[in-house]
Design a binder for this molecule. Structure first.
Ligand code: HEC
Length: 164
């Protein structure tokens, strides 16, 4: 057999073999008590925007596309989800200290304003995740309103000090 044929066959064998190595899925049926929406009033319109643009990577419930069943695609997606959740997890948002929650809200506004989120590699495939001007405005207003409600609930100093 020609060398190139052996290489092609070996390549496909590896491709088949790696299909069996699957990372655990990030799915959970219920909205946990630590979810941001359980502690701060979240209108349905905001819920909709966060679900289409953010929570695939920033919550405990990812809506997986069909191609996530193919390796190595799912490894790559899984890395983004893990990394995204480590930085910000809306499902476990209120496990953070008040100061840290407040800081994350500020970061959300910053990321949206600077067009850094949702990640460009994500919007390339999920066109509907791109935030239009109105959605951007709505999200920023909402994050600000949550910040305001925190300021009403906690002494402002305690929100600004001891970050992280
Ligand atoms: C495709 C996955 C993905 C999507 C969708 C996504 N993010 Fe992220 N996000 C990440 C990853 C990965 C990081 C960490 C690495 C980085 O900053 O690039 C991150 C970081 C962040 C941070 C920074 C937190 C910190 O500690 O610095 C904020 C805030 C954030 N995202 C908000 C959002 C918001 C708001 C949306 C929706 C409008 C969104 N993200 C959509 C993957 C995603």
């Amino acid at each position: 057999m020609k060398l190139w044929k052996k290489i092609v066959i070996a390549f496909f064998c590896v491709l088949v073999a790696i299909q069996f190595i699957r990372p655990a899925r990030n799915v959970s049926a219920e909205v946990p008590s630590t979810d941001i929406s359980r502690h701060y009033k979240m209108p349905a319109s905001i819920q909709r925007i966060l679900t289409k643009s953010c929570t695939d990577c920033h919550s405990n419930n990812t809506n997986y596309p069909w191609y996530s069943n193919i390796q190595p695609v799912s490894w790559w997606l899984n890395r983004h989800i893990k990394d995204g959740k480590r930085h910000l997890n809306f499902s476990e948002f209120t496990l953070r200290s008040a100061a840290s929650q407040y800081h994350k809200l500020e970061e959300c506004i910053k990321e949206i304003e600077s067009d850094e989120m949702p990640l460009p590699s994500y919007t390339l495939v999920h066109k509907d995740a791109v935030l239009n001007a109105m959605e951007t405005r709505q999200l920023i207003d909402w994050f600000n309103s949550v910040k305001d409600s925190m300021k009403a609930r906690y002494p402002v100093d305690s929100l600004l000090l001891k970050r992280k």
